[in-house]
Structure formats: C-alpha cells, structure tokens
Design a protein around this ligand. Structure first.
Ligand code: HEM
Ligand code: HEM
Length: 202
C-alpha cells in the first residue's frame, strides 16, 4: 500500500508493536487491578493471591516487552516520533483553545495524551513496586502509595474512554485505527487532520 499514492505511511512496525504491547499489558493490569480493588469482583473471582501474581507478573512482562521493542526496533524512528510529540508550537496552543489550526503528525490533544501516558506508566511502576516491596519490608509501606496507584487508575480510565471513543467510534477520527493496524492512512484524511505533517512529508 505504501506505493499507492492515495495512502501515506503513518506508523512504523516498531511504533505499532510498542502501542499494542503497551495497550495489551494495560488492559490485563487494569482488569486484574480492578479485581483486587472492587470487593464485589474480588468475591466473585476469589483466589486473590493468584490475581496478585497475574497483576505483578504482567507488570514485569510489560516492562521487559517495552524494553525489548525499543532495543530491537527502529530506535532512530522512535526518537523522531518523540521529538514530534515533544514539540509544542503556536498552532498547538491555539488548537487547545479550540481555534482551528493545521496540525502536525500529532495534534495537541494527542501530544498531551502521549505525555500523560508516559508519565503515568512511570508513576504506576514506581507506586506498584513500592506496594510490592512494602509488603516485604514494612519500612517502605506508605498509606499514600495505594492512594497514588488507585488515583492513577481512575484518571487513566477517563483518558482511555476518550481514546477509545476517538479511535473506534467518532466518525471523523476513527480512520486513524487503520494507521495503527496496517501502518498507513488515506492521504485525504491525513490532509484534513494533520496537514502540516503531510505537507512536510510531501
Ligand atoms: C509496573 C506497573 C504496575 C505494578 C508493578 C503494579 C503493582 C501492584 C501491586 C503490588 C499491587 C498490590 C496488590 C495487593 O497487595 O493487593 C497493585 C494493586 C493494584 N493495581 Fe497495580 N501495578 C502496576 C500497574 C497497574 C496499572 C497499569 C493499573 C490500572 C490501570 C493498576 C491497577 C491496580 C489496582 C486497581 C490495584 C488495587 C489497589 C487496591 O487494592 O486499592 N496497576 N498493583
Ligand atoms: C483497543 C484499544 C486501543 C485502540 C483501538 C487504540 C487506538 C489507537 C490509534 C488508532 C492511535 C493512533 C492515532 C493516530 O493516528 O494518531 C493510537 C495512538 C495512541 N494510543 Fe492507543 N489504542 C488503544 C489502547 C491504548 C491504550 C490502553 C493506551 C495507553 C494506556 C494507548 C495509548 C496511545 C497513545 C499514547 C497514542 C499516541 C497519542 C494519541 O494518539 O493520543 N492506546 N491508539
């Protein structure tokens, strides 16, 4: 499809793998975390020690898988993507104030979402490991750790609902899913939503 002029390449294989590894682990962590968190679900499922193991082992697998994708994948491409996500210009600022401005490869909302996702991944990891370690060494047991971990879950849930709505339901944006599955999107769609990116890439 890359040679078809009606389409433009949006995500590399490395980027798509990174996204889906992150998303799959996130869903398992969310589901197992909710079973631990909600008394009604805990009672229904039972086997708390097993669910705790699933939660913690998934967290480890998640970190290893992310590190592997970065180590074995197209690191130069990832660095470029990071720079694109990190660059916030006047058009982005105006766009966030709901003034229609042309956007680059990622719109300002996506840049904010990506930054929050990365920050939350870090905070989940730190608080999660502290919860785990605090059970083994009580000097590292703090009431605020579980509050942070639970708070992150709530905010992540809100972000996720918005993300899924835009990716799967909202007619104007759901074509993006093609980019995250096959790697390319229609040029006319890209021009409409990410004009500066298409103009730059030709
Ligand atoms: C590296 C990432 C993570 C690690 C190491 C981690 C670790 C842990 C640990 C050790 C517990 C305590 C289990 C217990 O004693 O009952 C826990 C609980 C929990 N985790 Fe995670 N977790 C991680 C990511 C996540 C994510 C991404 C979510 C949700 C999106 C999540 C949601 C929860 C919830 C809801 C609980 C139950 C807390 C409670 O009982 O109030 N965790 N996690
Ligand atoms: C079934 C679940 C999911 C679907 C269908 C989905 C779909 C997508 C799509 C289509 C894009 C590309 C948007 C574009 O063209 O620019 C994207 C990007 C992204 N996704 Fe997901 N995603 C899912 C789950 C997740 C989860 C669980 C997370 C994080 C916890 C996540 C984080 C991101 C981030 C940070 C980006 C880049 C910034 C953005 O577009 O907001 N996704 N996703």
């Amino acid at each position: 499809m890359a040679s078809d002029p009606r389409y433009v390449r949006r995500f590399s294989r490395t980027e798509r793998t990174l996204h889906w590894v992150h998303a799959s682990a996130f869903f398992v962590l969310l589901a197992s975390g909710l079973i631990l968190y909600l008394p009604s679900l805990s009672e229904l499922v039972g086997r708390r020690p097993f669910v705790k193991d699933v939660h913690f082992d998934t967290a480890l697998a998640w970190l290893v898988a992310i590190a592997l994708v970065v180590a074995l994948g197209d690191r130069r491409g990832l660095r470029r993507t990071l720079a694109e996500l990190d660059a916030f210009d006047e058009d982005d600022r105006l766009w966030l104030r709901r003034i229609d401005r042309p956007q680059g490869r990622f719109n300002a909302g996506q840049k904010v979402n990506a930054a929050l996702t990365a920050a939350f991944a870090l905070l989940f990891t730190v608080s999660g490991f502290l919860l785990w370690y605090g059970e083994r060494d009580h000097r590292f047991r703090f009431a605020s750790t579980i509050l942070l971990h639970d708070g992150l879950m709530y905010v992540s849930l809100v972000l996720l609902v918005g993300h899924l709505y835009l990716a799967l339901i909202y007619p104007a944006t759901r074509h993006a899913l093609r980019g995250m599955t096959t790697g390319s999107v229609r040029r006319d769609w890209a021009l409409q939503h990410h004009r500066k990116w298409v103009d730059e890439d030709g």
